[in-house]
Write a protein that binds this ligand. Structure first.
Ligand code: PLP
Length: 404
């Protein structure tokens, strides 16, 4: 069970007022709030263990290294990876996907094909388009149905002899749809094709085990999981990572360097050029401890109830509301429009009532085009939100709608 009052005490920002109104933070899909233990972990790193990692002979350097590598082991454990060699720290989901597009992409040839879906975030579209500057890869896009679910037959039909990779989100940041990832992996593997999963929206809200999923790559961001900004993870199966060329060059990622010949470091360091953000990586480990202490299954259950309650109340109490995304499995994301009211105008009026939501295209313009809208209003929930937050939100939407 979630003790929401106890949890909220760990998030001092929730005591803030906005325009004199209590803050109702429903923009969790953009970034989550950070609990005090994580903030304390950052402070502790600066105050006690600030030294560069992996090379110092001195005590502080060893302590910083232990904390960074300790966090890597926590990530390995959290996602069920076999080895820390398969856990690469990046700046976020975006950089993790760019790493694969750049490094795995380097081995692709003109005419090779990549399968994406229409519900992808720009960060799982544009890196593949950048690859097209060097190699004429073809992008095949899987459509979604009216409920916002992927068409699995169309997905299967996208595979050809030239398909080299599937890149798909675990959960949509707009529709909330949680894709049947295990099935998508099985289908890809039945065609002999590896699969990359953008897990930015799924990781904060449900149990993910990469070994069970058997996916080849999995990318996610700390800042959407109550951790610090500037840290992300690329999980990759060792077989792929071993054969992929480095992404960036510099310190940390080398074995030996000479002007004639440079060798690369072992995994995972081969893909971590330069001084890593060891302060925030260590604090991300604390964020995982925080989630584990509450329990991800309890979180998922609680958030599902909030989403159901919010969807039902919004539909019941706001005439003319249109909800985007009615998949049978959803993460706690509620996208909607009211009549023909512009999403931005609605967002401004909600803000004035202390309600923080996201408006616009949510970095998913192709999906907006598919839905034939220019944007939506998106309320997204976390385990520190309450039914009272939902009540205030619905009342604020109804009030705003009555002003047009
Ligand atoms: C937020 C998000 C990203 C990008 O994550 P960054 O942390 O900005 O790198 C990618 N995909 C999805 C589905 C997202 O929600």
């Amino acid at each position: 069970m979630i003790d929401v009052n106890k949890i909220r005490a760990d998030f001092p920002i929730l005591n803030r007022k906005v325009y004199g109104k209590p803050l109702v933070y429903l923009d969790n899909a953009a970034t989550s709030l950070t609990p005090q233990p994580v903030v304390d972990a950052i402070t502790r790193m600066y105050n006690c263990h600030k030294a560069n990692v992996h090379r110092g002979v001195h005590a502080l350097s060893q302590e910083a290294t232990d904390r960074m590598e300790g966090a890597r082991d926590k990530v390995r454990d959290y996602i069920g990876a076999k080895s820390t060699a398969e856990v690469i720290f990046t700046r976020g989901t975006t950089e993790a996907i760019n790493l694969v597009a750049s490094s795995f992409g380097e081995q692709l040839a003109n005419g090779d094909e990549i399968i994406l879906t229409v519900m992808e975030h720009h960060s799982n579209i544009v890196p593949w388009q950048l690859l097209q500057r060097h190699t004429r890869v073809k992008l095949n896009v899987v459509p979604v149905d009216a409920r916002g679910e992927l068409d699995l037959d169309a997905y299967d039909d996208c595979f050809t002899d030239n398909t080299r990779l599937v890149a798909v989100c675990h959960a949509s940041n707009v529709l909330g749809t949680v894709n049947p990832i295990k099935r998508l992996v099985e289908i890809a593997h039945s065609h002999g094709v590896p699969i990359l999963i953008d897990g930015a929206q799924a990781m904060p809200h449900r149990r993910v085990n990469v070994a069970e999923l058997d996916c080849d790559f999995y990318a996610f961001s700390s800042h959407k999981m109550y951790g610090p900004n500037g840290v992300g993870v690329l999980y990759g199966k060792r077989e792929w990572l071993e054969q992929m060329p480095p992404y960036q060059g510099g310190g940390e990622m080398i074995g030996t360097v000479s002007f004639e010949r440079t060798t690369y470091a072992e995994l995972p360091f081969k893909f971590e050029a330069g001084t890593p953000d060891f302060v925030d990586i260590a604090a991300f480990g604390t964020a995982l401890d925080y989630i584990n202490a509450i329990g991800i299954d309890a979180i998922a259950h609680y958030e599902q109830q909030l989403l159901d309650y919010a969807t039902e109340r919004l539909r019941g109490e706001v005439p003319g509301v249109r909800v985007f995304g009615e998949a049978s499995h959803k993460c706690p994301v509620l996208s909607f429009l009211v009549r023909d009211i512009n999403s931005y105008d609605m967002g401004v009026l909600l803000d004035r009532q202390g309600i923080a939501v996201r408006t616009g295209h949510h970095c998913a313009e192709p999906l907006m085009r598919h839905l034939r809208v220019t944007g939506t209003v998106r309320a997204s929930f976390a385990f520190y939100n309450t039914r009272d937050d939902v009540d205030r939100f619905v009342a604020a939407v109804a009030r705003a709608a009555s002003m047009f």
